[in-house]
Ligand binder design. Structure first.
Ligand code: MTE
Length: 317
């Protein structure tokens, strides 16, 4: 197996303050979208001057290991899939504002030698927070580059010690209909649940995220703790986790239960297997005009392809 990706070697905070790189990113987008310096200056006060001396391509930018710039914090925090709040991506942020994220406990249970319930603050104290800049590819064919802060799920699993019988990990989102109005819909089998094979869960890329851009993660992005599995479609990356259960049975998952012909358990990003209702060959990176080609395993094949040796990858749905 080749070397796992941790991050670009230089932390963004070492290059330039957050406010400056966020507004630079905004400026680059504005420059592409708006013609005329007067309009630009009006839209992006404070950065227009800088633009005259620094061409966009030479600006220091936070980027993934393929050289793509990270999405702006505002994009990541305002375009969300979180059906517990709304099926409308722009409505999730306002509707989740004020969602109670503390106190928060995560129960780790099932086929483990040391079952335990951890407060999120315990997890933050136990495991050093790393920065991981990952592509997120939604099954709906849009994508973003997100600078997460968090720790490998494997670190937590090693503490609870899965037994030899454990083959899968099941995850559950909080059920709190009084704060999550989408959970009033009887169409979905709440709470949201997801699952991974144990070896997928132990892969170094698999992250429990607690932050974005060095800031505490916001409710719309899955506060206070969510999963990130960058080589799989985004629906595997379950938000606001309260339960992690080791089991010997392949877990049920919300989307597979609702539409088994459209959403599979594995859900590895694969440009060669179309969704029954749309192509997966290309994607729309939020903030860009031209479409990008979708990469096998979302570009993480070097780290994960050997997990699937011998599997027919055309049969994943
Ligand atoms: N987790 C829960 N509990 N509920 C959801 O609706 N949506 C998933 C995933 N995790 C979802 C969820 C989908 S479809 C995607 S693409 C990602 O969250 C989106 O994460 P983001 O809003 O932080 O970009």
């Amino acid at each position: 197996m080749s070397k796992p990706i941790k991050s670009v070697p230089v932390r963004p905070s070492e290059i330039t303050p957050k406010e400056v790189y966020l507004s630079r990113r905004d400026f680059i987008k504005a420059a592409g979208a708006i013609a005329g310096s007067a309009a630009l200056a009006a839209c992006a006060p404070g950065v227009a001057e800088e633009s005259s001396s620094a061409p966009a391509q030479s600006l220091p930018a936070l980027h993934d290991e393929l050289g793509s710039p990270a999405n702006a914090y505002e994009e990541i925090a305002s375009y969300n899939n979180y059906y517990e709040f709304s099926a409308n991506k722009e409505a999730v942020a306002p509707l989740s504002k004020g969602f109670t994220t503390a106190p928060w406990a995560v129960e780790v249970t099932g086929m483990v030698a040391n079952p335990k319930t951890f407060g999120v603050e315990d997890l933050l104290a136990m495991f050093p927070q790393e920065e991981r800049i990952y592509r997120l590819r939604c099954v709906e064919a849009w994508s973003m580059v997100i600078p997460w802060n968090g720790f490998p799920l494997a670190s937590l699993l090693k503490v609870v010690e899965p037994t030899l019988d454990a083959k899968y990990v099941r995850f559950e989102t909080i059920y709190r209909p009084e704060e999550m109005r989408g959970q009033g819909s009887a169409f979905y089998p709440w709470p949201y649940q997801e699952g991974l094979r144990l070896d997928e869960a132990m892969n170094d890329l698999t992250l429990l995220a607690t932050g974005i851009y060095g800031e505490t993660i916001l409710p719309q992005n899955g506060a206070p703790i969510r999963l990130v599995v960058p080589w799989k479609y985004g629906f595997k990356s379950i938000k606001s986790i309260v339960k992690i259960e080791l089991t010997d049975k392949q877990p049920e998952t919300l989307w597979k239960t609702v539409a088994p012909n459209e959403y599979g358990f594995y859900a590895n990003v694969n440009p060669n297997v179309d969704h029954p209702r749309w192509s997966q060959a290309s994607e729309r990176r939020i903030g860009e005009l031209a479409r990008r080609e979708t990469l096998m395993f979302n570009g993480y094949g070097g780290q994960v392809a050997d997990l699937y040796t011998g599997m027919d990858l055309s049969l994943q749905y």
